[in-house]
Write a protein that binds this ligand. Sequence first.
Ligand SMILES: CC(C)(COP(=O)(O)OP(=O)(O)OC[C@H]1O[C@@H](n2cnc3c(N)ncnc32)[C@H](O)[C@@H]1OP(=O)(O)O)[C@@H](O)C(=O)NCCC(=O)NCCS
Length: 282
Amino acid sequence: MGQEREDIRIEKLTPERLDHLVKVQEEAFSDYIIPIKSSKEFFLDFQRSVGGDLSTVLLASDAGKSVGYINPVIDGKEAWIGGIGVIPQYRSSGVGTKLMRSAEELCRNRGVQSITLEVIDGNDRAQRMYERLGFSASRKFLSAEGKPTRFEGFGPQPKVASFSEVLYLHEKSYMNTCWQRRKRAAVIQSAKGAESYKVDGGFVMIRAVQTSGFIPFLGVLPEARSRGIGTALAKYALTKLWDAGVFKVALYNVNEDLQTQRMLDEFDFKVTMKQIEMKKEL
Ligand SMILES: CC(C)(COP(=O)(O)OP(=O)(O)OC[C@H]1O[C@@H](n2cnc3c(N)ncnc32)[C@H](O)[C@@H]1OP(=O)(O)O)[C@@H](O)C(=O)NCCC(=O)NCCS
């Protein structure tokens, strides 16, 4: 274990240090599994989409130089870590741990009872740190990629869903998934530039950008599950994307369960990334 940097201070982000945050984020994620190109707009957009607040962001600094950050997003009694990063030269000296502990303290003081976060399967260094801090894996989310296909039948014809219907169906069908995805802001953001369809018991959102297609959300109400509604909606979405001339389709953050696995196999989709959700009760 490296020497603990006693001199590293953890401070609240002030608006005039937003530039520091962007620089730290860019450097900390430059060697990441998915490199992130940060900017003020990128960060502010992200905060908006997850319902975050700048006042809970913390910076780690060494004599005025910002070397790490953490972005805890608080929602009532729950919080979610919307990002943590330490610039490469300052790693392995306890800065990440210090940021996590400070974020936990901030959350506790605000009445938060549990914290969740997601770590990409394979980011062992980060996962080890979370485990040492008492987090444990709760479930996995998959992202997958495949090709659109034209299906002749997909059950009842879906109808265009209005914005308020999407919000309602999303809230009900994602009730038990990671709280981040229950956030209305994320749905509102995705719904712009996407098409939304509903059937009795479920909905799907479809987006095409030139030859790339996305299915940002697909949800089935708890009481309507195991009746093939999810598969029918997926078939509908893949057919629509085929009609739109899309070559490849990406699917994000679906729960890793047997049903989903079967659906991905049936459509010949390949898993591109797994995320491990980890949780800690405070
Ligand atoms: C993950 C990340 C934030 C960890 O930050 P860090 O400052 O290196 O974390 P720490 O120093 O607290 O702990 C990391 C290692 O340092 C060791 N360490 C050294 N001195 C330490 C000290 N005084 N206190 C605690 N740990 C110490 C730990 O044992 C740990 O070793 P291990 O990796 O062999 O398990 C950092 O690696 C990072 O920014 N990675 C890129 C972005 C990223 O992956 N973010 C997380 C996305 S989920």
